[in-house]
Design a protein around this ligand. Structure first.
Ligand code: ARG
Ligand code: ZN
Length: 882
C-alpha cells in the first residue's frame, strides 16, 4: 500500500464540467464478493466547452472491466483507466453519446464503509461525499445532476428486499434463484444522494397524507424482530413531515419515503433521495433499551434527514465547499423542529452547551476553518461542528437580524429561485438580501472568517443624565491561514432590567443600529448610549445566545443573580447561573492544583439549590442548572496550561459543597419525582423529571458518600434512562465498590445481545475518571464484546475515552495518548474516516500543561511518521502538528 498524500482542492478553482450528464441507467448484479455494475451514461458536451476536452470520470480503488461507446466496445487508444480515474478522448463536439462502464467490486471487503458495503448481511451504500466513485467511474461531484434508473439483480432468498431511490417500477423473477427490481427517481440528483439496499429486513409501515392530499407510503426497515423499536422513529417522521409543511411550507415529493437502519455506519444517517440510510442507533428505541437522550436524538436526526429533502436534495450544493448550505441550514431546521416539539429554552441550552464544548475548541485550535472553507485535502474531514453547528448559528443570526417574517421571505425566495439547482452560499445569502432589500456583505464574513469572536463589554450608568452607556469591542483571533480578521456583524439580543425585574425601555439609542431588542455590533469597537433610563439597569446581553461568541462582561454576583431571577429568557437565566458558578469552579481548580483548601461558596450554593427547588421552573431546566459547567468548559475558561486532575478535583468539591447545602432539597426531589406508578413516556416532560431526579441522586451520593442509594436506584429502575444513570453514578463515583462491580456484571449479562445497549456499557466504563481508566480500556479492548470493525462500538470505547474522559485520557505519563495513537493507526488500515475522527480528540493538545503536551506531541509524531497513512489521517495529523 502506498501513502496517498492527497491533492488540495481549492474553492477558487471551481469550474463547471465540460460535459452535461443527461441520464444514468445502473444495473447491479449483487454478489457478496463479486458485484457487477453496468452503468450507462448519456452525455453531451456543454455549450461553449472546449471541443477537444476529454471526459474525465472519477474512480476510487476501481478496476475497469468493460467500456462501450454508443454500445460498441471502445478502442483501447481512446481511453486511459487507472484506479482513480477514467479518461475518454475524441468525443463528439455537440451530439449526445452513450458511455457504458462496467466495474466489479467486492462489498464484503469494503471496510471503509464508503460506497457499497455489507453490514450484518445487508447490502447498503454510503455515497456522500465521494463514495459513488467506489462503485463505478462517474462524474462524482454535486453539481452533476441526473435522472437515475436502477436495476438490481440478486439472490432472492438472501435478498427478498431490493431498494433504491425514487419510485418502484416493477420486479420479477430472474431465474437461477435470482430476482430483480427496477426503481426510477424522477428528480435529478447528484451521485452522493444515490442509495441501494438489499437483504432481508423487517418492515414497519405507515402513511402520511400531504397538505395537498397525496398519500405517501412510509416504510422503516430494521432487522427482523426489532420492528417494535421503530415505532418512535415513525412517529417522529410523521411529525417532521407535518412540521415542514406548516413552518417552511415544504411538501414531500415522491409516493414513498423509506428509512433503513444498519448497524455499521460511519456517521449518524444519510439523506439519500427517498431512501434514507441510518445508523440503527438513531432509529431503534424502546424504554427498556433507549435513554431519553436517545429518543431526542432519534427525533432530531429523523427530522434532519427528512428536512434535507428540500435543503440538500431539491436544492443541493454546487461543490463541497458549500457543505454548510445544506448542513448548517438543515441543522437549524432540526433545531427549530425540536424546539417546537419540546421545551425551546432547554433545547437552546443544550445546543449552546454542545456548541461550546465541541465547536469552540475546534474554532480556536489547529483544525479551525471557516463555516465555508476555501480548501480541503479530504472532504470527509470537513463534516465538522463548524460546518454543522456554527453553520446553523449563522442561519439563526440571519433570522435574528431579519426577524421572523424577513427570514421567511428569504427562505421562500430561496426555495423558489433555486429549486433544482446546485447552489452556493452566495446564492443563499442573496435571497435574503433581495427579499428584504438589505446588504449582507459584512454579515457574510461569518461564512468566511474562522474563529470565535471575543466580545469585551463595559458599561456605565449616569443617573443625572438618565443614560446607560455600553462599550463593546470585538476581536477574532488568528486561525490557520487567516492571520488578520475584519470586524463582523454581531447581533446581540439585550434587556435592561430594573431593580424590580421589569424591563426598561430606552427613549432612544445612539451609537449604532438597534432593532427591537437586538443591537448590532459592526465596528471593532462601538459605544451605544441608551437614553431615558430612569434607574441603574442590569444588562442581560446575548440573550438566547443570539450570536455564537464568547462574551467578556464582568458583572457583579448581585447582577448575575438578578438576571438569574428575572430575565424573561430562560436561556439567559441559565447563563447567569453558569456565569456565577464558573469563577467558583475555576478557583476550585486552581486551589486543587496548588494544594490549597477549596472554600465553599454559599451564595452560589444558595442560588443553585433555590433553582433546584423552584417548582415554577420546568424540571429539565433545573437539571441543566444542576449539571454545572463540564470539566472541558472549565478548562476552556482557564485557557492554556491545563491540569485536568485539578479541574476534576476542584469541580468535585464544588459539587460536594452544593450537595451539602441542598441535601434536604435533593432528598425531596429524589423521592417526589419518583415516577413509580406512572408508565414511562419518552416525552420532554417525563424526560425532564427523570433528568432532575437523577441529578438529585448524583448530589446525594456526595453527601452520603455511599453507593447504596445509586445501587438501589439501579435495582429498581424500570427504564434505560434511570438504569444507565444509576450505573454511571456507581461507576464514576464509586469505581471500586462491590456494588459497582455487581451492577456492571448484571448489566452485561442482561444486555449482552443488544449492541446499542452494550455500547453504553463500554461508554460508561471508558469515562470513569482517573488514572485507572487506561487499564480498564485496555481490558475492554480485549473483551469478547468489543468489535473493532463496528464504528459505534469503537466510538463508545475509544471515542468516549479520548473525547469525554479528561482525567483518564490525560494521564500524566502520556500512556493514553499512546493508546489512541496505536488505535488510530490500526483503525486507519480498515476505516480511515473513523480513524481521522478519533484523532481529532487531541486537537487541543497545545493547551495542556507542558509535560502532558510533550507526551501528546510524541504520540502525534508517531502517527505522522507511520509508513502508511490514509489521506484522511494524514490531513488531520499534519494540521494538528503545524
Ligand atoms: N449528510 C449526512 C447528514 O447530515 C452526513 C454525511 C456525512 N458524510 C461524511 N462523509 N462524513 O446528515
Ligand atoms: Zn445533514
Amino acid at each position: 500500500m502506498r501513502t496517498d498524500t492527497g491533492r488540495v482542492v481549492h474553492l477558487a478553482d471551481y469550474r463547471p464540467t465540460d460535459f452535461v450528464l443527461e441520464r444514468v441507467d445502473l444495473t447491479f448484479e449483487l454478489d457478496p464478493e463479486d458485484t457487477k455494475i453496468e452503468s450507462r451514461l448519456i452525455f453531451h458536451r456543454r455549450e461553449g466547452a472546449d471541443p477537444q476536452a476529454p471526459l474525465v470520470l472519477d474512480g476510487d480503488e476501481l478496476t475497469l472491466s468493460g467500456l462501450l461507446f454508443d454500445q460498441i466496445e471502445m478502442d483501447a487508444d481512446r481511453y486511459t483507466a487507472t484506479a482513480s480515474s477514467l479518461t475518454i478522448r475524441d468525443l463528439p463536439a455537440a451530439e449526445p453519446f452513450e458511455v457504458t462502464v462496467t466495474t466489479i467490486i467486492n462489498p464484503t471487503a469494503n471496510t471503509k464503509l464508503m460506497g457499497l458495503f455489507r453490514s450484518n448481511g445487508i447490502y447498503c451504500t454510503q455515497c456522500e461525499a465521494e463514495g459513488f466513485r467506489r462503485i463505478t467511474y462517474f462524474p462524482d461531484r454535486p453539481d452533476v445532476l441526473a435522472v437515475y434508473t436502477v436495476n438490481i439483480i440478486a439472490d432472492k432468498e438472501a435478498n427478498p428486499l431490493l431498494l433504491s431511490n425514487g419510485n418502484f417500477l416493477g420486479g420479477a423473477g430472474y431465474g437461477d434463484g435470482k430476482h430483480f427490481a427496477a426503481w426510477f427517481d424522477p428528480h435529478p440528483k447528484p451521485s452522493y444522494l444515490f442509495a441501494l439496499v438489499a437483504g432481508d429486513l423487517g418492515l414497519v409501515e405507515d402513511t402520511f397524507t400531504t397538505v395537498s392530499g397525496r398519500e405517501v407510503a412510509l416504510k422503516i426497515y430494521v432487522e427482523h424482530g426489532k420492528e417494535p423499536r421503530a415505532a418512535y422513529a415513525m412517529d417522529a417522521l410523521k411529525r417532521s413531515m407535518k412540521w415542514d409543511e406548516e413552518v417552511f411550507g415544504r411538501e414531500y415529493d415522491l409516493d414513498i419515503f423509506m428509512v433503513v437502519a444498519v448497524s455499521d455506519f460511519n456517521m449518524g444517517a444519510m439523506e439519500n433521495k427517498g431512501l434514507n440510510i441510518f445508523n440503527d442507533k438513531y432509529v431503534l428505541a424502546d424504554p427498556e433499551t433507549a435513554t431519553d437522550q436517545d429518543y431526542a436524538y432519534i427525533e432530531a436526526i429523523i427530522a434532519h434527514e427528512y428536512f434535507h429533502n428540500w435543503t440538500g436534495n431539491r436544492i443541493t450544493c454546487r461543490d463541497w465547499f458549500q457543505l454548510c448550505l445544506k448542513e448548517g441550514l438543515t441543522v437549524f431546521r432540526d433545531h427549530e423542529f425540536s424546539a417546537d416539539q419540546r421545551s425551546r429554552a432547554v433545547k437552546r441550552i443544550a445546543e449552546v452547551r454542545h456548541l461550546r464544548s465541541e465547536q469552540f475548541p475546534e474554532d480556536s485550535g489547529p483544525l479551525a476553518h471557516p463555516v465555508r472553507p476555501t480548501k480541503y485535502r479530504e472532504i470527509n474531514n470537513f463534516y465538522t461542528t463548524t460546518v454543522y453547528e456554527k453553520g446553523s448559528e449563522v442561519t439563526r443570526m440571519i433570522a435574528t437580524l431579519l426577524g421572523r417574517d424577513g427570514f421567511k421571505k428569504g427562505m421562500d425566495l430561496y426555495f423558489d429561485r433555486h429549486d433544482g439547482d446546485a447552489a452556493t452560499v452566495e446564492d443563499f445569502v442573496k435571497c435574503f438580501e433581495d427579499a428584504n432589500s438589505v446588504d449582507l456583505a459584512q454579515f457574510s464574513l461569518w461564512y468566511n472568517q474562522a474563529g470565535t469572536p471575543q466580545v469585551t463589554v463595559s458599561s456605565a450608568y449616569d443617573e443625572k443624565a438618565s443614560t446607560f452607556t455600553l462599550s463593546l469591542e470585538q476581536v477574532v483571533a488568528a486561525t490557520p491561514g487567516q492571520p488578520t480578521k475584519e470586524p463582523m456583524v454581531i447581533p446581540l439580543s439585550f434587556s435592561l432590567l430594573s431593580d424590580d425585574g421589569t424591563v426598561l425601555t430606552p427613549s432612544s439609542v445612539e451609537g449604532g443600529k438597534v432593532a427591537g431588542d437586538v443591537l448590532q455590533l459592526v465596528e471593532r469597537s462601538q459605544t451605544f448610549v441608551f437614553q431615558g433610563i430612569a434607574s441603574r439597569p442590569v444588562l442581560s446581553l446575548n440573550r438566547g445566545f443570539s450570536a455564537p461568541i464568547t462574551l467578556h462582561y464582568p458583572q457583579s454576583k448581585d447582577d448575575l443573580a438578578h438576571i438569574a431571577r428575572h430575565d424573561s429568557d430562560l436561556f439567559s437565566r441559565w447563563q447567569a447561573v453558569t456565569d456565577l458558578a464558573l469563577p467558583a469552579l475555576t478557583a476550585a481548580a486552581r486551589n486543587a492544583a496548588s494544594g490549597a483548601a477549596v472554600e465553599s461558596d454559599d451564595a452560589l450554593a444558595d442560588v443553585v439549590v433555590a433553582i433546584a427547588a423552584d417548582e415554577s421552573l420546568e424540571p429539565a431546566f433545573r437539571a441543566q442548572v444542576l449539571a454545572l459547567s463540564s470539566e472541558a468548559d472549565i478548562a476552556r475558561e482557564l485557557g492554556s496550561n491545563n491540569d485536568p486532575d485539578a479541574i476534576h478535583a476542584g469541580r468535585q468539591t464544588v459539587l460536594a459543597s452544593i450537595a451539602a447545602h441542598g441535601e434536604q432539597t435533593f432528598k425531596t426531589l429524589f423521592d417526589t419525582l419518583n415516577a413509580a406508578g406512572s408508565a414511562y413516556s419518552p416525552d420532554a416532560a417525563g424526560a425532564g423529571r427523570r433528568a432532575l431526579r437523577n441529578s438529585a441522586l448524583l448530589y446525594l451520593t456526595f453527601v452520603e458518600k455511599s453507593p447504596a442509594r445509586a445501587a438501589e436506584a439501579f435495582a429498581k429502575a424500570d427504564n434505560m434512562t434511570d438504569l444507565s444513570q444509576a450505573l454511571s453514578i456507581l461507576a464514576h463515583q464509586f469505581p471500586d465498590a462491590e456494588e459497582t462491580r455487581a451492577a456492571l456484571a448484571s448489566f452485561e449479562t442482561r444486555f449482552a445481545d443488544n449492541a446499542l445497549v452494550m455500547d453504553k456499557w463500554f461508554q460508561i466504563q471508558a469515562t470513569i475518571p482517573g488514572d485507572m481508566a487506561l487499564d480498564r480500556v485496555n481490558a475492554l479492548l480485549a473483551n469478547p464484546h468489543f468489535k473493532g470493525e463496528n464504528p459505534n462500538r469503537v466510538r463508545s470505547l475509544i471515542g468516549s475515552f479520548a473525547f469525554a474522559n479528561p482525567t483518564g485520557f490525560n494521564r500524566k505519563d502520556g500512556a493514553a495518548y499512546d493508546l489512541l495513537a496505536s488505535q488510530v493507526l490500526d483503525i486507519d488500515g480498515r476505516n480511515p474516516q473513523l480513524a481521522a475522527r478519533l484523532l481529532t480528540a487531541m486537537r487541543s493538545w497545545r493547551l495542556l500543561e507542558p509535560m502532558r503536551a510533550d507526551k501528546a506531541r510524541n504520540a502525534l509524531m508517531r502517527i505522522e511518521s507511520a509508513e502508511t497513512l490514509s489521506v484522511d489521517v494524514r490531513d488531520i495529523i499534519e494540521r494538528m502538528l503545524q
